[in-house]
Design a protein around this ligand. Structure first.
Ligand SMILES: CC(C)(COP(=O)(O)OP(=O)(O)OC[C@H]1O[C@@H](n2cnc3c(N)ncnc32)[C@H](O)[C@@H]1OP(=O)(O)O)[C@@H](O)C(=O)NCCC(=O)NCCS
Length: 164
């Protein structure tokens, strides 16, 4: 299994992964929308014999602490025939390292605490933010000490706003 940056905007590949994982195209459309708006920060794909999984990050603005460089993790999917083999974990860990290398301070995710908790995401840090997704599924992970100081209102990429 290999992990690499998805730079070719190969929508057929991404649509295949997301439709298999979610049974719908909403998440793949979200990635395409973020790409078109210039809001896609990072797009990473996992390959086995064929494309197996994908993870995307978009920009997040922190209004009260604008010097903190923040990103939203969404979406993440592994095609069903490749699930439970550690590919999702490899995608999360590989991409978090890439964000750290790009000097990001904070990542926000809306998802299952049982899944994202294993990587260090916590609702406690997210609790200090004011977002449209506040609640127990909203979790944050600080990539730097600076990221731990995040608080206040945030703005997601427009593609999320148009999902609501
Ligand atoms: C969630 C997903 C990305 C995990 O990918 P994966 O490659 O199967 O994950 P890993 O092999 O790294 O980890 C498997 C673990 O994740 C857990 N897991 C998988 N889906 C989960 C979910 N929705 N909620 C909580 N835990 C989940 C498995 O039970 C397993 O737990 P274990 O390690 O305690 O046995 C994948 O199952 C998927 O694409 N699901 C459908 C789409 C989806 O729900 N995406 C998440 C968006 S927030």
């Amino acid at each position: 299994m290999g992990i690499r940056l998805e730079e070719s905007a190969n929508w057929c590949t991404l649509y295949a992964i997301y439709s298999a994982a979610f049974g719908q195209l909403t998440e793949a459309d979200l990635v395409q929308h973020m790409h078109e708006d210039g809001d896609l920060i990072l797009s990473v794909i996992a390959y086995a014999d064929e494309p197996a999984g994908h993870i995307a990050y978009s920009r997040l603005i922190l209004h009260e602490t604008p010097s903190i460089k923040a990103a939203v993790l969404a979406p993440l999917a592994v095609a069903p025939s490749f699930q439970k083999q550690g590919i999702g974990a490899a995608l999360v860990q590989n991409s978090l390292k890439r964000l750290t290398d790009k000097n990001y301070d904070l990542v926000l995710v809306l998802g299952e605490p049982h899944y994202y908790g294993r990587f260090g995401f916590t609702p406690r840090l997210a609790d200090r933010l004011k977002t449209p997704y506040d609640g127990p599924y909203l979790q944050a992970f600080a990539l730097s000490d600076k990221g731990k100081g995040a608080h206040g209102s945030v703005s997601y990429a427009q593609a999320f706003v148009e999902l609501e």
